[in-house]
Design a binder for this molecule. Structure first.
Ligand code: IMP
Length: 183
């Protein structure tokens, strides 16, 4: 999506494409070091994590495996319902695997804490979390995000995979929307 096309919907750019790319490079180096000699199974959470997964995975020196889950805890509004439903499950048996969940954003933490517990119950060797964004002031449950890109304020953000009512996902940066969009 051409940022210019967003016109007056965009309030401000929070993280540029370059800032995101640089931080993902650092995160990939940490992950490579921590998982030396082990095979990583990256589990992306659709649809929001698509961009993070694509860019982070290509920065890894590891030849990681990849699988996807789709869960739902949001409607078209901006607040988590806390009720998580699996829409698409993994194709991979997790027994004995080192699983790294790749997420776009941790807001209340309800989705990820549920998901991590769900994956841990499947007999993996380990389950860790990598998330591009985290809103510490919105946390309702404690989630251990081992690889966190950026802590951001408690504003609703879009772009780089994140949507508002299925729009704005394809923006190459992360930004906030003008208040009239929510009205
Ligand atoms: P949580 O359960 O409140 O942590 O919410 C997790 C999910 O809600 C994320 O994976 C996103 O899909 C969505 N979400 C939370 N905050 C935002 C936001 O600021 N913009 C877009 N989606 C969000």
């Amino acid at each position: 999506m051409d940022p210019c096309e967003m016109g007056r919907d965009l309030e401000k750019v929070l993280l540029t494409e370059e800032e995101i790319s640089q931080r993902l490079t650092e995160m990939a180096a940490e992950i490579d070091a921590d998982y030396a000699g082990r095979e990583i199974l990256l589990v992306g959470v659709l649809k929001g994590a698509a961009m993070v997964m694509a860019d982070l995975s290509r920065k890894l020196a590891h030849d990681a495996r990849m699988d996807w889950m789709a869960v739902s805890s949001y409607g078209s509004g901006t607040k988590s319902s806390g009720v998580v439903r699996i829409i698409k499950d993994l194709d991979t048996d997790l027994t004995g695997r080192d699983v790294l969940i790749v997420e776009d954003i941790v807001d209340s933490g309800l989705t990820l804490s549920w998901l991590a517990a769900n994956l841990r119950s499947r007999g993996p060797a380990s389950v860790e979390i990598a998330a591009l964004l985290r809103k510490p002031c919105e946390a309702k449950v404690q989630v251990n995000v081992k690889y966190c890109g950026f802590d951001i304020p408690g504003e609703f953000v879009v772009g780089y995979g994140l949507d508002y009512g299925e729009r704005y996902r394809t923006l190459p940066f992360v930004g906030t929307l003008a208040p009239h969009v929510y009205a």
